[in-house]
Design a protein around this ligand. Structure first.
Ligand code: NAP
Length: 315
């Protein structure tokens, strides 16, 4: 366990069942020597200390230099795009596998889009729609959300290319499978699979949506100090539609506790990388480029992260 506060690390280690198996390693982000020590000791690093637009670069740079595999929980699309743009060559050179955005937002959309689009060709549009209720954001999540709300330069994907520029937020309607049904959505929802999905799904357009109601719930911004059991009480559905000719396809994951689902995803990836059970090639990869999408989702389902429903292509 690493972080900037040694006392907090020790306290967190004591809370675990087997504190004797935990080594606390204080490593503030501006201490390059401590980050270098950390990335030389660790085989895989899961970076959880966002907002990643502020904290991502020093950890990513140290990991690549030491050849320590790197996973993060970023939602931020600019940070993820930056890692793909700037770290692909160094990561390949040092044999490092980097998987940014492997969490609930970002990673699940990327994996589900790959699983749904598998076998489809001529895909007009991929839509990733999140329905989230009961979200009680942590300090880190609030800080990240504040940055994303303030962002004027959004990354979008249409007509087969990425665009960066101002996009007026709007409401749209997405029809989730029952029992949710049609919901008013925020569009576009600025999450990092806008960067990753086009890397492996040959779609002309990618749209990301989040239920408008998520941010209208009273407790979402004012309950950062709730206990873990209360924080776990989220309900979520992540639905993906791939609209293609002649066949379209859809799928969704449904569950409770989005924090746990995101943590299971990044830890499952880290365990595989540590065991040498990762992708054959190094470099910066999306979740679905690193692991076969449907089997990875099924593993998370067996671990209790959510239930997976994949509909076979329909005309
Ligand atoms: N993609 C997803 O679905 C997903 C899911 C969960 C979380 N996240 C992201 O993960 C990040 C953390 O979320 P969280 O729920 O874990 O938040 P949290 O409970 O508030 O924890 C944030 C942690 O980051 C540390 N930190 C923040 N800035 C730092 C800095 N400059 N240097 C060193 N440490 C720093 C904090 O350390 P101190 O204790 O010392 O302040 C704290 O331990 C957020 O960016 C959030 O958006 C994404």
């Amino acid at each position: 366990m690493a972080g900037r506060n040694a006392d907090a690390l020790r306290a967190a280690a004591e809370e675990l069942d087997s504190p004797e198996h935990v080594r606390a390693h204080p490593a503030p982000l501006d201490d390059t020597a401590a980050l270098r020590d950390l990335t030389e000791i660790a085989r895989v690093l899961v970076h959880c200390a966002g907002p990643f637009s502020q904290t991502g670069e020093p950890v990513a740079a140290a990991a690549v230099e030491a050849g320590c595999h790197y996973i993060d929980h970023a939602v931020e699309s600019h940070h993820v795009k930056h890692l793909f743009d700037a770290y692909q060559e160094p990561a390949q050179r040092t044999g490092t596998i980097m998987i940014p955005g492997l969490s609930f937002y970002g990673g699940l959309g990327d994996l589900l889009a790959a699983a749904v689009a598998d076998g489809l060709s001529d895909i007009d549009r991929v839509i990733v729609a999140y329905a989230v209720s009961g979200w009680r954001m942590t300090t880190g999540a609030k800080n990240t959300a504040a940055q994303l709300f303030a962002e004027t330069e959004r990354i979008t994907f249409s007509d087969g290319v990425h665009h960066v520029g101002f996009v007026e937020p709007r409401n749209s309607v997405f029809a989730f499978p029952p029992p949710l049904g049609p919901r008013t959505m925020i569009a576009p929802f600025p999450s990092c699979e806008i960067v990753t999905i086009p890397r492996h799904v040959p779609a002309r357009d990618v749209d990301l949506l989040l239920t408008a109601k998520t941010f209208e719930e009273e407790q979402v911004f004012n309950s950062e100090d709730v206990d873990a059991a209360t924080r776990a009480q989220t309900d979520f559905t992540v639905a993906v539609q791939a609209i293609a000719r002649p066949d379209s396809a859809a799928g969704q994951v449904t569950g409770h506790d989005l924090w746990r689902a995101g943590a299971l995803a990044s830890v499952e990836a880290a365990v595989r990388l540590a065991a040498g059970d990762g992708p054959a090639k190094s470099g910066v990869l999306s979740a679905a480029e690193a692991f076969p999408a449907e089997p990875f989702l099924r593993t998370l389902e067996r671990l209790g992260a959510f239930t997976v429903h994949l509909q076979t292509p329909t005309r």
